[in-house]
Design a protein around this ligand. Sequence first.
Ligand SMILES: [Zn+2]
Length: 218
Amino acid sequence: MIVVFLGIPGSGKGTQAKRLAKLLDVPYVGTGDILRDNVAKKTPLGVKVSQIMKNGELVDDETIIELIKSEIKDKPSFILDGFPRTVAQANALENLLSGFGKKVDCVIFLDVSDEEVVRRITGRVFCPGCRREFNLYTDGLKEEKCPVCGGELLRRSDDTPETIRKRIGEYRTKTAPLIEYYKTRGALNRIDGSGAVGEIFSRIREALDNKFKRQTAN
Ligand SMILES: [Zn+2]
């Protein structure tokens, strides 16, 4: 089974995609993780990507497609998160999969408002002391101190309201046509992305159960 997650950066799709991968016991393929891994290891691709990300921009199609191809070629089933982001990438994915006699079986589109995304992302903090991550907003922290070790909490440099709005704008322009693309292929499932993580996950399971007419698991 091949499932694709769509949603604004900050919609919570990474969390949901990983949870679904665990439930279905299939690999999670997230471009964010793959890119961060390359940046951390300072590979030639990682160096290029880190500059692009610093500017709050998206990595070009050719680079991403190469990366995805090498990740999925040996996997019969997987959950994709962060790819495709454009119709051009969706076409590339379709071509790639049809070469293996496969297709995208299901697309989960997590629908969340801009305001909600800005609020969630600006709440993201980490503790440089114990390396834990928190969300001031969803974890309900009263002050910007680590609840575990008491250290001062910091924000990621690219999580300012300006860069978040820039990312949302790019998303709307480049990836909104994807929703139409997968709708015409009968693969799209629009899921209300508001509320608690568990609630959203229940909606996703329900959509999958309806789609495949069976229980995904208990
Ligand atoms: Zn800490």
